[in-house]
Design a binder for this molecule. Structure first.
Ligand code: AMP
Ligand code: GLY
Length: 413
């Protein structure tokens, strides 16, 4: 089949590698792509959030499948426009993508579906904010009610900082703090059948030991040796199935990738957030272990035939990815620094670009992620950090403790 992948980040590079490895893919196109994706796909230029432009490109390329990576095109209705042209598309409709696009909508759906999640209040005035912060107490959790690329959430013990973030956002959701290790569970769905991928763990804070501000994600690993054996079944039964049923009942079936961000609290797994797309950088590790042909799987979801799809198969071992970020990220990142060692196997590009003379340079906050597999988590971790050490980017920084607590058996629920 001919596949068109939309997006230009690390998640899309990982998806591109997976799609290109599927023998059923005759030709892989990506738009707009990045220098890493260019190694496995033919790049086309398109405004990813322009529904008409993406749909026209899909028709021009005679694509059999369009895979939409990021949330912004989904919320903008790109999947709707592609499907309206009769092209199979992996990605939810704009209406269904509101599960990510609006935290208030997601909470409403979860409440109606009886999904375990943090208690929350949507607030738009300073009075409502003060009342909600007082009700839940510290640590305070204040979320911008819109797409914020993983950076719209402040978790703080300071009432002043919490109130300040709320006033800067306008419309916010304030919620109860959930304690416990976090898990990202990706579910491929056609709206009815749900196929869970392997749970992974992401590291949201910029610094070692979870210090500093939230980022888009600084590293990830899978599988989770410490996770309860019934975790996936439980989340499917308590969260995924009821949510998909509630979306169908509302006439907005969710078909695509449902990303369930969970906290494994003492009272069981509770939803921190839904996203309407693969997570970044968890996709890098999950797809490194997936053996099932990726394009076939995503096509079955797009075509509504997941019920007939064979069970997924996985490689043995573990995968770890470590993000290399630009100087000053997650503040305004410095860009344009040359990258050495950026073209090795396992190096996934996110914020990279090529200059006129062909030099690979940094072009964003999260520049690359070094991904490696190994017979066990310790081996995968060593291999990922060896790869990090072989990459040179001036002023860059990375966490040194990705997957360390899991390797040392320090994670408990
Ligand atoms: P979100 O964008 O909703 O995923 O939030 C980003 C990060 O903030 C999450 O990965 C958590 O680390 C943290 N967070 C969000 N909501 C909560 C909560 N209710 N309790 C504890 N931590 C939270
Ligand atoms: N890894 C977090 C996210 O993709 O939102």
């Amino acid at each position: 089949m001919r596949v068109l992948l939309i997006g230009s980040g690390g998640r899309e590079h990982a998806l591109a590698v997976g799609l290109a490895a599927d023998p059923s893919v005759e030709q892989l196109f990506a738009a707009p792509g990045n220098p890493g994706i260019a190694a496995v796909a033919e790049l086309r230029d398109v405004q990813a959030t322009d529904p008409a432009a993406v749909a026209a490109l899909a028709v021009e390329l005679a694509a059999d499948l369009v895979v939409i990576g990021p949330e912004a095109p989904l919320v903008a209705g790109v999947a709707d426009a592609v499907r309206a042209k009769g092209v199979a598309c992996f990605g939810p409709s704009a209406a269904a993508a509101q599960l990510e696009g609006s935290k208030a909508f997601a909470k409403e759906v979860m409440t109606a579906a009886g999904v375990p999640t943090a208690r929350a209040h949507a607030c738009s005035t300073a009075e409502e904010v003060t009342a909600a912060l007082t009700e839940f107490g510290a640590p305070y959790v204040v979320k911008n009610d819109g797409l914020a690329a993983g950076k719209g959430v402040v978790v703080t013990d300071s009432l002043t900082v919490a109130a300040q973030h709320a006033s800067e956002c306008g419309q916010v959701v304030i919620e109860e703090f959930l304690s416990g290790p976090e898990v990202s569970l990706f579910v491929v769905t056609d709206g009815t059948t749900a196929v869970p991928l392997m749970p992974a763990q992401d590291f949201k804070r910029v610094g070692d030991g979870d210090a500093g501000p939230n980022t888009g994600g600084m590293g990830a690993y899978a599988p989770l040796p410490w996770a309860p054996a019934d975790l996936v079944d439980r989340v499917l039964a308590e969260t995924v199935e009821p949510t998909l049923a509630e979306m169908r009942k509302r006439g907005v079936p969710f078909a695509g990738l449902l990303y369930v961000g969970l906290a494994l609290t003492p009272a069981g797994p509770k939803v921190i957030e839904f996203n309407a797309r693969f997570g970044d950088p968890e996709t890098q590790v999950v797809l490194a272990l997936l053996e099932t042909p990726l394009a076939k799987l995503l096509h079955a979801a797009a075509a509504g035939t997941l019920a007939d799809f064979p069970p997924l198969t996985w490689r043995d071992g573990s995968a770890v990815t470590v993000v290399i970020a630009s100087h000053n990220y997650p503040g305004t990142p410095r860009t344009g620094d040359p990258i050495e060692g950026g073209e090795q196997p396992g190096v996934i590009h996110a914020g990279t670009a090529r200059t006129a003379d062909g030099t690979l340079v940094s072009a964003g906050g999260r520049v690359l992620s070094a991904t490696a597999t190994g017979a066990d988590l310790a081996a995968a971790r060593s291999a990922a950090y060896a790869l990090v050490d072989s990459i040179k980017l001036e002023g860059s920084h990375h966490r040194t403790d990705i997957a360390l607590a899991a390797v040392e058996g320090r994670i408990t629920i």
